[in-house]
Design a protein around this ligand. Structure first.
Ligand SMILES: C[S@@+](CC[C@H](N)C(=O)[O-])C[C@H]1O[C@@H](n2cnc3c(N)ncnc32)[C@H](O)[C@@H]1O
Length: 247
């Protein structure tokens, strides 16, 4: 019954197809440059780079355009890989980009952008990354929003924190009115949502076979004065992390 009431409230709050959660956080700036930074992009020049959770390939394409010798975009959804191939062809970099659901190819470095909050088995993804890299190889991860961010529920965050205020079943029922893919859980929506928190991510990387070179919870700019160790789960825009394969 409570679910029914919550569903009615959600219908009032957001009666139409949810297409985007909030404003563009990059505001015209280049996402790949903002998330990775010039120094990392410099290090990736001439390298074979794996883009883990590449989606429709925009960042893989940019990595190739910015000097990577070869980019392997990996995603578990064929539908987005198809788009990625078309995008790479249209951008003239298909000769340097490949889009796959799995690989065993040796690579120099791994990039993963806005994907760690989507992996259903993030520890398994870290293991796979570890297998693919040579000793000393690096993983550059940047992702967000994390689960307790005001928009951490992605499309479910019809108002800030709606994804934690409303029940999963009410939110899924509301979504199923506009998305007909039969998802029954947050984990089953397009791309999946694993409810990743900063704390859980820190634990995952600490328990992995990687050395953590750096890890940073970058605050939401407007709320940076409120951002501290206690509030970071609520006011962090992105988590950035650099891992190194030991040995
Ligand atoms: C929000 S998109 C990010 C795409 C792109 N990296 C970007 O920054 O726009 C997250 C992607 O991760 C992919 N994904 C989820 N689980 C995955 C898995 N286990 N292996 C590979 N890709 C996965 C989803 O299909 C989705 O395309």
């Amino acid at each position: 019954m409570l679910d029914g009431l919550q569903y009615s409230i959600l219908k009032r709050l957001a009666p139409v197809n949810p297409t985007a959660a909030g404003a563009d956080p990059y505001q015209g700036r280049n996402k790949t440059k903002v998330l990775l930074g010039e120094k990392v992009l410099e290090q990736l020049r001439g390298k074979t780079v794996l883009d883990f959770g590449c989606g429709d390939g925009h960042e893989s394409i940019e990595l190739a355009q910015m000097g990577a010798a070869r980019v392997i975009g990996l995603d578990n959804r064929q539908s987005v890989l198809e788009k990625a191939r078309k995008n790479a062809a249209a951008s003239g970099v298909l000769d340097r980009c490949e889009f796959v659901t799995d690989t065993s190819e040796k690579i120099d470095a791994i990039v993963s952008l806005d994907a760690f909050e989507h992996f259903s088995d993030p520890a398994g993804v870290l293991k796979k990354m570890h297998q693919l890299l040579p000793a000393g190889g690096r993983v550059y991860i940047s992702f967000g929003p994390t689960w307790y961010h005001p928009r951490g529920g992605h499309l479910f965050s019809v108002i800030p924190w709606a994804h934690v205020i409303f029940s999963e079943s009410a939110l899924i029922r509301w979504r199923n009115d506009v998305r007909k893919d039969g998802a029954k859980r947050f984990s089953e929506v397009d791309g999946g949502l694993n409810q990743m928190t900063i704390r859980r991510f820190e634990k995952l990387v600490a328990e992995s076979d990687f050395s953590v070179e750096s890890i940073e919870a970058a605050p939401i700019r407007k709320l940076r004065f409120f951002h501290n160790r206690l509030t970071r789960e609520f006011f962090t825009a992105v988590v950035r992390c650099r891992l190194v394969k030991k040995g």
